[in-house]
Design a protein around this ligand. Structure first.
Ligand code: C2E
Ligand code: MG
Ligand code: MG
Ligand code: MG
Length: 278
């Protein structure tokens, strides 16, 4: 009871809130340890163009807890974003991705692939972010033209001016940008025009409802038209069926990512898959 536990202690009576709070604390503590113990991993999901041509891959973070098993990034990334933990996790992701990109250079099947890396708003908002990325590019010796940073619409729309300045500095180095989960936020054409983007990534929630849903059809058609008007590539994420693919192709969207082509896999499996095809 509250009285018994003393005046300055916070007490939760709702067991579900209590459990949620405990889980958050647990995840933060364990994620910190996982980073120190090198228990995080990147998987890579293929991105293809017309006729299944491999164009690149997206790096996706994987965490397998020694006792609890796999924990999905959808669960732990939002929590990490509430603290500075996302900064060290994000640094590890970018460093690991750059090393992988460098390793790909030595293999004919992967030498030309681009690598897309997810970046959180918190990372982007660091004052020294441009220097951090530049440092990693130099340390790993990658070709920055092969590196693409994926940022969500909402992350790009907060603090727009400093964000644009940073994006432009990174663009000078050759790095490209994709707007992730596009269509779920509120970007106007006006905003889009100001951002130095190379790509729009259609959110999977729209792709999922193709080809049957009229609203999804209209939205995807609009996004593709917007992208092309601004001379951007448009990639669809979450493509799972042949029908979705045909529909997207008909709408002139010619870059795809999804289980229909490949699930996220280890770097070793990706090479195997690509050499199998060659
Ligand atoms: P996202 O960047 O939009 O990534 C796409 C998500 O869709 C991934 O989930 C991917 O595994 C999943 N996916 C790919 N193809 C299909 C498909 O055909 N069908 C379905 N149903 N799903 C598909 P994942 O790996 O669980 O990641 C979830 C989110 O976590 C990502 O969404 C991204 O926002 C975040 N995330 C993952 N890795 C990182 C990272 O290294 N850094 C940051 N900041 N966020 C990350
Ligand atoms: Mg992404
Ligand atoms: Mg996405
Ligand atoms: Mg998403």
């Amino acid at each position: 009871l509250a009285k018994e536990s003393g005046g300055n202690q916070i007490c939760f009576y709702d067991p579900s809130i209590q459990a949620e709070l405990e889980e958050r604390i647990w995840i933060e503590k364990e994620l910190h340890l996982a980073l120190e113990r090198n228990q995080l991993e990147l998987h890579y999901q293929l991105q293809v163009g017309k006729h299944n041509q491999p164009l690149g891959a997206e790096a996706l973070l994987r965490w397998t807890h020694p006792e609890k098993g796999p924990i999905s990034p959808g669960q732990f990334i939002p929590l990490a974003e509430e603290s500075d933990l996302i900064l060290s996790v994000g640094h590890w992701v970018l460093e690991t991705a750059c090393k992988q990109l460098k390793a790909w250079e030595t293999h004919p099947a992967t030498a030309k692939l681009e690598l897309a890396v997810n970046v959180s708003a918190r990372q982007f908002q660091q004052d020294n972010w441009v220097e951090e990325v530049q440092g990693l590019v130099e340390q790993t010796g990658i070709n920055p033209q092969r590196l693409k940073l994926e940022i969500t619409e909402s992350a790009l729309l907060t603090n727009m001016n400093p964000t644009i300045t940073k994006m432009k500095a990174l663009q000078e180095l050759g790095i490209r940008f994709s707007m992730d989960d596009f269509g779920t936020g509120y970007s106007s054409l006006q905003y889009l025009k100001r951002l130095p983007l190379q790509q729009l990534k259609i959110d999977q929630s729209f792709v999922r409802d193709l080809p049957g849903d009229q609203e999804a059809l209209a939205l995807v058609e609009t996004i593709v038209a917007m992208g092309h008007a601004l001379k951007l590539d448009v990639i669809a994420e979450g493509v799972e069926t042949q029908d979705q693919l045909m529909c997207l192709t008909r709408m002139q969207c010619s870059h795809y990512q999804g289980y229909l082509f490949a699930k996220p896999m280890t770097a070793t499996d990706l090479i195997e898959r690509l050499t199998g095809e060659a």
